[in-house]
Design a protein around this ligand. Structure first.
Ligand code: NAD
Length: 458
């Protein structure tokens, strides 16, 4: 059901869609409302009216509610982990990592409720100070690949700042969204300050279009992010976390076993469905072949869950075919596994050149492309040579070259001797071209609050 005005209701059209287990698509997890513009309008009307009381609640109360929600998720952790495996297809170990991080996020953002503050300025005898207040209504539009974690990084700070929230999760993982909302309601978020609207791009676009939404926080594909940005326009704000085509450069001095381990983790963890996943390896001639051999061996042993949906399976197999057609060499994997789930074997390509789709386009599946570079300069040029700028890694023992790479890399996250995936909860996160990447740090709450400058004379 959708949550609108404190009631669990179906879509006004009565239409539904099914959420299915990607390891066994005959296993239907549930039917959820296929919402349209009218459902969004109703949700927005309710939250716009209900948000005021939440904004007026003391920061301490908002923080307490978020901590209570974290506790409820922790108590339910084993069940949530099993449901996450069933709905998204993460392995149990990957799902357990997510269900432990989500409550930590809520605790972290609860503390931020107390840290909203301003500054004072001297202007002759006038006291000038800044004051922050909630934006009003925040729309959170989220993907399926971290269906608890990413929403917790949006609903957590939005609610901590005193906003009302309309949450539009991915139609691939609606049950996880419902679980998060249930925990927030049970913890004491007023049901009129929070709405849940299920469905796909249509309700997402309706949220972005509506002037009652003061801020849209979005994570998902670059195409959808650009569309949302255009809809939101210059007078309202959008936080856009979009795609990546993340490279790892391996220098000749690197420990190749270690390099292979972190490449396989980055490329094939979450079945290759991480925005910061490694999708390219760039290596000079002495390293290239021995590294490729090690990566192939480790990838063949890597335990991978199914892809999250049938469209993910089709897209991955299509890129494997396109890579072969464009002349890249498929060294290993790239085949559908027998059985009814959306399982594939990790695909590794060599001899990938910069013009190929494998080198330029985000696949968001378990497909890894090896590229050759003569030296660090060429490696950096290749690493930077896509339209994306999310994460980039280098494996080397040479600190000077690592620092040079960090300086010259055109990406928002640089990892030295670490997988491209993984993030610290207290550090800014996001692509270099993406606005508002302060998901932590002193500027964290700025996206979720308006700033006023007040001039005060006696
Ligand atoms: P998606 O863009 O298809 O969907 C994301 C969300 O946006 C969903 O809720 C979807 O229903 C909604 N949506 C789609 N089109 C829309 C539109 N035109 N207007 C409004 N809403 C719209 O992405 P996905 O398949 O769910 O997730 C995979 C993508 O997310 C990948 O590109 C990945 O790189 C990206 N991602 C980025 C980050 C990051 O932090 N940078 C993290 C995770 C995933």
């Amino acid at each position: 059901m959708n949550l609108i005005g404190g009631q669990w209701v179906p879509a006004l059209s009565g239409e539904t869609f099914a959420s299915r287990n990607p390891a066994d698509p005959d296993d239907v997890i549930g039917e959820f409302p296929q919402s349209g513009r009218a459902d969004v309008a109703a949700a927005l009307g309710a939250v716009a009216e209900g948000a005021g009381a939440w904004a007026a609640a003391p920061a301490d109360e908002r923080a307490r509610v978020l901590v209570r929600a974290a506790e409820l998720l922790e108590v339910r952790r084993a069940d949530l982990t099993a449901e996450l495996v069933r709905e998204e297809g993460k392995t149990p170990a990957e799902a357990a990592m997510e269900t432990s991080r989500t409550p930590l996020n809520l605790r972290f953002y609860a503390a931020e409720a107390h840290r909203v503050g301003g500054e004072t300025y001297q202007a002759d005898a006038t006291l000038v100070y800044t004051w922050r207040e909630p934006v009003g209504v925040v729309a959170a539009i989220t993907p399926w690949n971290f269906p608890l974690n990413i929403p917790s990084r949006k609903l957590g700070p939005a609610l901590a700042a005193g906003n009302g929230v309309v949450f539009k999760p991915s139609p691939v993982t609606p049950l996880m969204a419902q679980r998060l909302v249930e925990a927030l309601l049970a913890a004491g978020v007023p049901p009129v300050a929070l709405a849940l609207v299920h469905g796909g791009a249509e309700p997402g676009a309706a949220l972005a279009d509506d002037p009652r939404v003061g801020a849209v926080t979005f994570t998902g594909s670059t195409a959808a992010g650009r569309d949302i940005h255009r809809r939101v326009g210059p007078e309202r704000r959008a936080q856009l976390e979009m795609g990546g085509k993340n490279p790892v450069v391996v220098l000749p001095d690197a420990d190749l076993d270690r390099a292979a381990r972190l490449i396989v983790k980055g490329a094939f963890g979450l079945s290759g469905q991480a925005c910061t996943g490694t999708s390219r390896v760039i290596a000079p001639p002495p390293v290239h072949d021995p590294l490729l051999e090690r990566v192939v061996k480790l990838a063949e042993e890597h335990e991978m869950g199914p892809l999250a949906a049938d469209f993910q399976l089709r897209k991955t197999l299509e890129y494997v075919r396109a890579g072969q057609e464009e002349g890249a060499r498929l060294v290993s994997g790239g085949r559908r596994r027998d059985g009814k789930g959306f399982f594939v074997t990790p695909a590794i390509f060599a001899e990938v050149t910069p013009g190929m789709r494998l080198a330029r386009e985000e696949i968001f599946g378990p497909v890894l492309a090896f590229q050759r570079a003569a030296d660090l300069d060429e490696a950096i040029a290749l690493a930077n040579g896509t339209d994306y700028g999310l994460a980039a890694g280098i494996v080397t023992r040479d600190l000077g070259r690592a620092l040079e790479f960090a300086r010259r890399s055109r990406s928002g996250l640089v990892k030295v001797n670490q997988p491209t995936t993984g993030m610290a909860m207290n550090a800014p996160f996001g692509g270099i071209e993406q606005p508002f990447k302060e998901q932590a740090g002193p500027a964290l709450m700025h996206f979720y609050t308006h700033q006023k400058t007040v001039y005060l004379s006696e």
